[in-house]
Design a protein around this ligand. Structure first.
Ligand code: XMP
Length: 507
């Protein structure tokens, strides 16, 4: 496996993804806490960083146990760091070097750049540059503006590149990483979903032994795949709880429950709709609603867990991006690990041990594992849906009538996306009930009814998003169907805001 030392670059997670796409397992650790079991790693990659190596407070870890011992690749800051501390010279660049560049010279005497030719597009993002290589440095490639774009250290398996092989715009980036990891470090490309499933099931069997585990299913991809892995490992000793908070999509509770049962899961559906609606009565503040929904979920989940005799474990569908320790500005790891939003904040008195079988995976890897487990594509391809559900898509206070109205609107929108082959092209879609009445005319009658907004976004991680350019004819048809079929709605608008500055949800 590969160790990626994070110096705080915005691209560190991408490095891990690219490596894993090569079917090689990689792990990110903050530069400030080198793992003690270095023997477990076959190669090390140093990430970029917002720092300048010349700054006193910049990350300066001791690499004595790594450099010259293991294959080592420094990217951007990493490359400058290796140069700076080995007698090279790093200084501010005369021109800003951001964005697209092309390799002008490639010296192919080393397998590192096998298959890469001059002209290959690379992506730069740096303000310092390596003016002079260390004395034992060997130049491997240059661009028009950056002479020392790639180099190696003589007599070692140490390499540095100024550009970012992990970003999509570096056309041969994966090839370079593959050359380094496979040809130089000799790592086998055997990290596959199948291998992951096998190892994980064995680990789960060993960790859990004969004890009982509870898991909150949400209908989403992560908790469903986590449940399937655990089910394979411990069978009916996994007790799944699927709570209906009354704010799910139309018919979702029953259809998802049936799907889970078909998969053989030991699942209990708990319809707590009335309890949630009662608790939400009269609350219109977005944060207030979120808090009530979160608290009520914990109460319901706690009540249900008590009924599982001898439960010792709580399983969660936490995935890798939820867990990565980020590097704080002070250089130390800030160690903020997000708790999984759907079961986050369970009270301490539950005294359950936590098991998180997906904690090493990215979202697309979770889907691959699910596919390999034979799970149906409508579970794996399901759009993300927020824990507080329609509760944060009904602006203002929540009533049963409003929930039903929004469920109808949402169902028309989502089924139309599916019927028109658009569902899988969209990262997430839904409808929002606005607290706005407007005048309309139906037949010869004046109406004064509510307005709904439709939202469809494309994204890769929910952190940034853009609205989807859905065909006008499609929107026209959906709007017509909604207004004709859903009583109380006389106006439909389409949200064309990106994130940032807007967010995906309206509350
Ligand atoms: P925003 O609105 O912050 O949403 O742009 C980003 C992504 O997160 C989802 N989301 C939530 N998911 N619990 C969840 O499980 C929540 O409280 C929550 N709030 C937002 C949202 O649907 C989108 O995918």
């Amino acid at each position: 496996q590969v160790l990626i030392l994070d110096f705080g670059s915005q691209y560190t997670q991408l490095i891990a993804r690219r490596v894993r796409e090569l079917n090689i397992y990689s792990e990110i650790k903050p530069f400030s806490s080198l793992p003690s079991n270095l023997d477990a790693y076959q190669a090390v990659i140093l990430s970029g960083s917002p720092y300048s190596v010349r700054a006193e407070d910049a990350p300066h870890p001791d690499l004595e146990k790594i450099k010259g011992v293991k294959p080592l690749l420094g990217i951007c800051y990493g490359a400058q760091y290796l140069a700076h501390f080995n007698g090279g010279n790093v200084a501010p660049s005369a021109t800003r070097e951001y964005g697209r560049a092309n390799l002008s010279t490639v010296l192919n005497e080393d397998v590192f750049l096998d298959g890469i030719s001059a002209g290959s597009q690379v992506w730069m993002s740096h303000s310092d540059t390596i003016k002079q290589l260390p004395e034992n440095g060997v130049l491997l490639a240059s661009t028009h503006d950056v002479e020392n774009a790639a180099y190696r250290i003589k007599g070692e398996e140490t390499y540095g590149i100024q550009f970012h092989p992990e970003v999509y715009h570096t056309k041969d980036g994966s090839k370079i990483l593959e050359n380094f990891l496979v040809k130089i470090a000799g790592i086998k490309q055997d990290w596959t979903p199948k291998a992951f499933i096998e190892t994980t099931i064995n680990e789960l069997k060993e960790t859990i032994g004969n004890e009982q585990v509870i898991l909150g299913l949400s209908g989403g991809v992560d908790s469903s795949v986590a449940a399937m892995l655990l089910h394979r490992a411990i069978g009916s000793r996994l007790h799944c709880i699927f709570v209906n908070n009354g704010l799910l999509r139309k018919n979702e509770f029953n259809s998802v429950l049936e799907q889970y049962k078909d998969l053989g899961l030991n699942v209990k559906g708990v319809d707590a709709s009335a309890r949630f609606l009662e608790a939400l009565k009269g609350e219109s503040d977005p944060e207030g609603k979120r808090k009530i929904i979160g608290r009520t979920f914990i109460d319901v989940f706690d009540d249900e867990s008590q009924m599982v005799e001898n439960a010792k474990w709580l399983a969660q569908g936490t995935i890798y991006p939820d867990r990565i320790e980020s590097v704080s500005a002070s250089g130390g790891p800030s160690a903020t690990i997000k708790s999984h939003h759907n079961v986050g904040g369970l009270p301490d008195y539950m005294k359950l041990k936590i098991v998180e079988p997906l904690q090493l995976l990215f979202k697309d890897e979770v889907r691959r594992v699910g596919r390999s487990l034979g799970m149906p594509s409508d579970i794996l391809g399901r759009h993300p849906f927020p824990g507080p559900g329609l509760g944060i898509r009904i602006l203002g206070d929540i009533t049963e009538e409003k929930v039903t109205m929004l469920q109808e609107v949402d169902a028309i929108f989502i089924s139309s996306l599916k019927e028109n082959g658009l569902y899988d092209q969209v990262w997430q879609a839904g409808a929002i009930l606005l607290p706005v009445n407007s005048v309309g005319v139906m037949g010869d009658e004046r109406t004064y009814e509510q307005c709904v907004a439709l939202r469809a976004v494309e994204s890769t991680d929910g952190m940034t998003a853009d609205w989807v350019n859905l065909p006008y004819e499609f929107l026209q048809k959906v709007s017509n169907t909604i207004i004709n079929r859903v009583k109380g709605v006389n106006r439909v608008v389409y949200d064309i805001s990106s994130k940032p500055p807007a967010t995906i949800e309206w509350e």
